[in-house]
Write a protein that binds this ligand. Structure first.
Ligand SMILES: Cc1cc2nc3c(=O)[nH]c(=O)nc-3n(C[C@H](O)[C@H](O)[C@H](O)COP(=O)(O)OP(=O)(O)OC[C@H]3O[C@@H](n4cnc5c(N)ncnc54)[C@H](O)[C@@H]3O)c2cc1C
Length: 356
């Protein structure tokens, strides 16, 4: 079988693109290296999604793809912080701006859109209406090129899957070894390997009893110099979710991530002394190799330089390394493949924290 579209990676970008393409042709295959579909989308997310014109349009595209209502009300979500023994409105980072400012600023919004359907629930919807073939435990190990076109991908080192068009929705750092060096020169390889990436360390705590009614984003920054670990979190019923970012080169030492999580817990306890009764359970999720903007120049239609049938659906080509970035890149690729999603609204300034 020669597929019309071979899609590598079944995270949000891969799923959206595969789903839309399968409405035109059933000769679409979605290859996923793991044993589940959905990539990081299956993990718990903070309930804050930006309410800018561009971000809402991104969700509207998803609504029309799924024929479902996802966009809820826009609500005030100004963050709070713990300072001098009490919770106060967050006035900006001041001189404590973290290295991962860009990742944090996305969440520190005065207003956010409530989602009627959680991101983890998008997976089922996208999976259910996908009409192509799905193959898990299928690690793409090579794009094979002949006559200037990708002809097939090698799966698990041996099996060839042939296609007319290929869409890469995996981790950009892997492109260095997936694309033959004739199409992936030393300059590009250096750019990819030098891009600074982060590990996102997320802590989900089940407190057994509700800790607070506050649904605002909490920005905790530590009090003394030795314990500054900025973290972002929020409470929902009996659960709370906290995220911080550690530079990937540091996160190679698991002790550094463990220390960061310990300090986060100390900060939550300081703000909410009753929040850790006996018997609470905790779950830690560490996502490495995330963040950083990969400054590799693609063709205007999002294809790889000199490989006209290899599209880049990976959200790593967007400056927003989050749901918004994943949605933007999906719609950009679909638009360049001729589907009617408008692209003109994607140019908006980066998120910044209002310093008061
Ligand atoms: C714990 C956690 C909390 C998060 N919270 C938030 C949040 O609150 N707000 C927010 O906006 N964002 C959040 N994010 C980020 C958001 O989930 C991601 O930005 C988004 O899901 C990325 O989607 P993606 O499709 O680009 O990539 P991924 O989800 O990384 O999907 C890529 C897929 O490709 C597969 N793959 C990779 N290489 C290959 C290969 N060679 N062959 C086959 N398959 C391959 C991978 O296994 C994976 O399934 C969070 C992420 C995590 C981990």
């Amino acid at each position: 079988m020669i597929y019309d579209y071979v899609i590598v990676g079944s995270g949000l970008t891969g799923l959206i693109i595969a789903n839309r393409l399968s409405q035109e042709t059933e000769k679409v295959i979605l290859l996923e290296s793991g044993d589940h579909i959905g990539g990081w989308l299956s993990r718990p997310h903070l309930p804050f999604y930006p309410s800018t014109q561009s971000s809402i349009r991104c969700l509207q595209n998803l609504e029309s793809l799924l024929n479902l209502k996802i966009i809820g009300e826009t609500v005030e979500s100004s963050p709070v912080t713990f300072d001098s023994g009490e919770l106060k409105p967050f006035m900006g980072f001041g001189d404590k701006a973290p290295d991962f400012y860009d990742e944090a600023a996305y969440f520190c919004l005065p207003q956010s859109v409530q989602l009627k359907l959680k991101p983890s629930e998008w997976i089922e919807q996208l999976k259910n209406s996908f009409k192509g073939t799905t193959s898990t435990k299928s690690i793409v190990t090579r794009f094979q090129v002949e006559n200037g076109q990708v002809q097939n991908v090698l799966v698990n080192g041996t099996k060839k899957i042939q296609g007319k068009n290929f869409i890469f929705c995996g981790d950009i750092k892997d492109l260095e070894r997936l694309i033959p060096h004739d199409f992936n020169g030393p300059k590009v390889r250096t750019k990819i390997s030098k891009t600074k990436t982060w590990s996102r360390a997320t802590l989900v705590i089940d407190h057994k009893v509700p800790v607070t009614d506050s649904t605002q984003l909490h920005v905790l920054m530590g009090t003394s110099q030795d314990e500054i670990v900025t973290c972002l979190g929020s409470f929902e019923n009996t659960q709370s979710l906290w995220t911080t970012f550690v530079a990937d080169e540091e996160a190679e030492d698991p002790e550094i991530t463990a220390q960061a999580l310990k300090r986060i817990k100390r900060q939550i306890k300081r703000a909410y002394p009753e929040s850790f009764p006996d018997g609470i359970s905790e779950k830690i999720v560490v996502q490495s190799g995330f963040g950083g903007h990969f400054d590799v120049k693609l063709n205007a239609n999002q294809t790889w330089p000199d490989l006209e049938n290899l599209w880049m659906g990976s959200s790593g080509f967007q400056t927003d390394r989050n749901l918004l970035g994943a949605l933007k890149q999906s719609w950009l690729v679909l638009a360049s493949l001729g589907f009617s999603v408008s692209e003109d609204y994607f140019e908006e300034p980066n998120f910044t924290v209002k310093e008061i």
